[in-house]
Every structure is written in structure tokens, then in C-alpha cells.
Design a protein around this ligand. Structure first.
Ligand code: SAM
Length: 279
């Protein structure tokens, strides 16, 4: 009589299934344990009454991306290695890759914002850039193996694969440029990129939401001085520029404007509905 271990739907790398024979029966060998540092077992997803499709928000931070997907019509659950007290939805403290492999199959779609320090322009001039993990490749591999619709977000200079699209705050009438790339399992549409023209950081409310606390880079300080707006931007100015009002200043500096993911989330929902024959 044959006995089979439950089939895994995904894998981070191809799993070699050796077989061993015992008294004429063939059993799949146990799967190799994932190579992960020991950490508390993450809690399984909080299963809510499913009135909206569920989106898993990996590397969730304080939820800039999450809010856009929520506004588009998703129920959202976040995962971050740090506790995120300001995250406006349910969130779990866990390693994003580990959580994705264990529970990603329970969600309808997945968003991932791996840390950008490895690729950001500020990082290029820093010798510390290579100390930051290169997570885009492993995250992409895991998402592809899982087979659910997904979006990965990152900064200019990140190794995104075509046909990734680039969004700019000006496309949504925001007071930030905040160029971000989005790669997806689906064909998603960008928008026409308005000319930056005369718009400058520090002029007419335009902000560059980076740095910690009240920190302003020397270049930005020079720009602010040039345009006659003597003071560095207040937190309120950042909030207005990004359309986010529930985060600390540090969290704002890591976030993406909800308008970006709302634009993509609406498209993703149409795709999910179409596949379910509800369009
Ligand atoms: C760029 S921020 C995400 C910002 C968020 N998408 C937003 O729009 O507000 C990246 C986040 O990834 C988290 N992070 C880094 N490595 C992680 C890991 N291995 N597992 C889970 N979260 C991780 C950091 O704590 C940080 O909050």
C-alpha cells in the first residue's frame, strides 16, 4: 500500500524528492528543513470573514502600501520582522520569507516591499551598502513558486525585471516625486509621467520624505534655501505630501504613498475578479 506525504505547493528552491523503500512500500523522503535562523514560530494568519479578497503585505512597515490596497478593496494583513504598532490593519511579527513560504497560499494576492538600502542611491555612495540583504531575488523566487498574483515594490536602482512599471507622486497630484518601481506576476499599467518641469523640492510644498527625525540632507537644505522657504519641512508637510497621517516621521521616510498601491490594487482586483468569472 502506498503512503504519500502531503504535497507542498511551493518551495524556495527545487526540492529533491529521493524515495526510500521499506518492505515493498515507497515513501517520499522527508523534505529538507528550511535554512532559517531559529525564531519563534509565527502565528498563522488571522482569518477574517471573507468579504474582500485577502492581500498579504510583506515587509509591511507602518502600512503606506497597505492603505492603498485597502482603499482599492482588499482586506490586508501585514508581516514585518519588527512590531508595527502604527500599522492600521492586522499584522504579524515574523520573517517575511518564512511567513510567505508557510502561509502565502492562504492569500489571494501578495505584495512585498523588501528593504531598499542595498539598492538606493544613498546606499551606493555608502560602503555599507553590501551589508544590507539582497532580498528581491529570493522573494521573487518564492512568489513565483507559490503561483499567487504578486507585486514587488522597490526603489530606482533595484534589480527589477521587465515589464516593471515606475510610478511618480506627480501622477496622483502628490507633493512628492518618490519614484518607485513595481514588478508583478500580472500585466499592470502605469500612467503617463508628468514633466517635473519647474517643480523643486522645497518649493510650493514639494517634499523629499527621507532621513530620520528632523534630518535634512545638505543638498536638500541648499535647495530649500534657494527657493526661499527657510525651514526644513515639518512632519505635517510630509503627511500632506504623502497623503499619510498615522505614522512617525521615521516610518513616513520608509513608506510609499497609498495612491501608488491603490492604482495597482484596483487593477489587481479586476484581474482576480476576471479569473473568477465575476467581471
Ligand atoms: C521599506 S519598509 C516597508 C514600507 C512599507 N511598504 C510602507 O509603504 O509603509 C521595509 C520594512 O521591511 C522590514 N523588514 C526588513 N527585513 C525583514 C524581514 N526579513 N522580514 C520581515 N520584515 C523585514 C523592516 O522592518 C521595514 O519595516
Amino acid at each position: 500500500m502506498k503512503s504519500a506525504a502531503p504535497e507542498s505547493k511551493w518551495t524556495l528552491r527545487p526540492i529533491l524528492r529521493h524515495t526510500m523503500t521499506t518492505e515493498g512500500a515507497t515513501f517520499p523522503a522527508p523534505l529538507p528543513a528550511p535554512i532559517l535562523p531559529p525564531r519563534p514560530r509565527p502565528k498563522p494568519p488571522i482569518l477574517v470573514e471573507k468579504t474582500r479578497p485577502m492581500l498579504l503585505d510583506l515587509f509591511c512597515g507602518a502600512g503606506g502600501a497597505a492603505m492603498g490596497y485597502y482603499r482599492a478593496g482588499f482586506e490586508v494583513q501585514g508581516v514585518d520582522k519588527n512590531e508595527q504598532r502604527n500599522y492600521p490593519f492586522e499584522s504579524v511579527r515574523a520573517d517575511a520569507l518564512e511567513y510567505l513560504v508557510q502561509f502565502g497560499g492562504l492569500f489571494d494576492a501578495i505584495h512585498a516591499s523588501p528593504p531598499c538600502q542595498r539598492y538606493s542611491k544613498a546606499g551606493y555612495i555608502s560602503r555599507n551598502r553590501m551589508k544590507h540583504p539582497d532580498l528581491i531575488g529570493p522573494v521573487r523566487d518564492a512568489l513565483v513558486s507559490l503561483g499567487k498574483p504578486w507585486i514587488i515594490e522597490n526603489v530606482e536602482g533595484a534589480p527589477m525585471q521587465p515589464p516593471a512599471i515606475r510610478l511618480c507622486g506627480l501622477m496622483f497630484g502628490l507633493k512628492v516625486f518618490r519614484h518607485r518601481w513595481f514588478e508583478s506576476s500580472e500585466l499592470l499599467f502605469g500612467m503617463q509621467h508628468p514633466m517635473h518641469g519647474e517643480r523643486r523640492i522645497g518649493k510650493d510644498g514639494m517634499c523629499c520624505v527621507v532621513g530620520h527625525g528632523g534630518g535634512v540632507s545638505p543638498r536638500m537644505r541648499a535647495q530649500i534655501a534657494r527657493h526661499g522657504k527657510g525651514n526644513p519641512p515639518t512632519k505635517k508637510a510630509w503627511e500632506l505630501a504623502m497623503d499619510i497621517d498615522w505614522m512617525t516621521r521615521d516610518e513616513l521616510a520608509q513608506a510609499i504613498p497609498p495612491a501608488f498601491t491603490q492604482h495597482l490594487g484596483i487593477q489587481m482586483l479586476r484581474i482576480l475578479n476576471y479569473r473568477r468569472g465575476e467581471s
